[in-house]
Design a protein around this ligand. Structure first.
Ligand SMILES: NC(=O)c1ccc[n+]([C@@H]2O[C@H](COP(=O)([O-])OP(=O)(O)OC[C@H]3O[C@@H](n4cnc5c(N)ncnc54)[C@H](OP(=O)(O)O)[C@@H]3O)[C@@H](O)[C@H]2O)c1
Length: 338
């Protein structure tokens, strides 16, 4: 019996739900299953999944899969994303969604035990491989280690710069050491990690950098002093990176969440917030990934009308001809003369 479309669909969908790089697997399946009976196709399906989970170098099916998937420097195959701040909140959800899209992952945060739990769950549920790196990205030595990995590992095609802290209080009561640590994590780490991966992605002509910033970047007067300033930096950096790297084939996206239900908020603070302003983290990340798929350079998951943001950018652009001129503006003349 020659397998019909239904048989093909059964096997293809089983493979798809295994979370494996879909197109490559379907190619293998089509090459290999043509003319098989249902029983043989099912056996092939099971064998294929085994080959993916436990690769055996002598196995012709594993060899076919290896030939179709992009090569990585350590001999394994996959397109890997590195996610910072993946032990909780938004970063953990990015990890979940990217694993379900078939990406291998490198997860970075300080709490290695939480990362390991997440890695175990994602490997079991999706079949991707997940490595964890315990690192304090506000620490120069730890940061350097992650930078080196981004520079050297050709399998890493995407960086999610998500780790960040907030909650510094007012500038009158803020701890200067906490402010420095916030700048180190929210600004320095994002900058250095982007700079570490960008040359390799640009040379490859493909890849993705996602920077999780915040809507507070657009309202610096309405929150605390330093956190929105760090997020305005990340927005500006992302815009500049998109302008420079976009033409070289690298996607750069700034994501601006509004208030999102994660452990960054204490339960007490969250309870005091108007419910209509609070987004679930799952919705935020799914919208951010939809924005990435749509090719947005700036994604504001909550904003109903993106034309408003475009008008804001157009107004900013209209300032340009007057921003650098040889003479001071006339309004200063009288005061300058006095
Ligand atoms: N939730 C919101 O309302 C909201 C709104 C706008 C923007 N954002 C932004 O979204 C991003 C994620 O925030 P979230 O709400 O998901 O916060 P979260 O639940 O507190 O998670 C923050 C993550 O960053 C990691 N992290 C913190 N300090 C770190 C360090 N020094 N080195 C390495 N990793 C570190 C944490 O892991 P470890 O503690 O294990 O290190 C954790 O995985 C942040 O950039 C935040 O500014 C959040």
């Amino acid at each position: 019996m020659v397998p019909d479309d239904k048989d093909h669909r059964i096997v293809a969908s089983a493979l798809e739900t295994a979370g494996i790089v879909k197109q490559a697997i379907v190619k293998v399946y089509k090459r290999s299953c043509h003319g098989l009976t249902q029983v043989a196709a099912d056996r092939f399906n099971a064998h294929l999944l085994d080959s993916i989970r436990t690769p055996n170098p002598g196995d012709p099916v594993a060899a076919m899969i290896a030939g179709l998937l992009p090569k990585r420097s350590n001999g394994m195959t996959s397109k890997t994303y590195l996610v910072t701040g993946a032990s909780d909140g938004i970063g953990a959800l990015y990890a979940d969604r990217l694993a379900r899209r078939g990406h291998d992952l490198i997860l970075v945060a300080r709490r290695k035990d939480k990362l390991a739990d997440l890695a175990g769950r994602l490997e079991a549920e999706t079949g991707v491989s997940v490595e964890v790196i315990g690192a304090d990205l506000a620490n120069a030595g730890d940061l350097l280690h992650v930078e080196q990995r981004l520079r050297d590992d050709a399998a890493i095609v995407g960086l999610i710069n998500n780790a960040g802290i907030a909650n510094e209080g007012t500038i009158l009561e803020a701890d200067p050491d906490y402010l420095s640590a916030m700048i180190d994590l929210n600004i320095r780490a994002v900058t250095r990690l982007s700079a570490a991966i960008a040359p390799r992605l640009a040379a490859a002509g493909e890849g993705t950098i996602v920077n999780v910033t915040s809507v507070t970047a657009l309202m610096p007067e309405a929150f605390t002093a330093v956190y929105p300033a760090t997020k305005a930096y990340v927005l500006a950096l992302s815009e500049a990176l998109a302008a420079e790297l976009g033409p070289k084939g690298v996607r750069v996206q700034a994501v601006l969440p509004g208030i999102t239900r994660t452990p960054i908020w204490t339960e007490e603070k969250m309870a005091a917030l108007p419910a209509h302003m609070v987004m679930e983290a799952e919705d935020m990340v799914d919208a951010a990934l939809a924005g990435l798929d749509m090719g947005e350079a700036v994604t504001i998951p909550a904003l109903p009308d993106m034309a408003q943001y475009e008008a804001y950018i157009a107004a900013r652009t209209a300032l340009r001809p007057g921003l650098s001129l040889a003479k001071p503006a006339a309004r200063y003349g009288a005061v300058m003369a006095s």
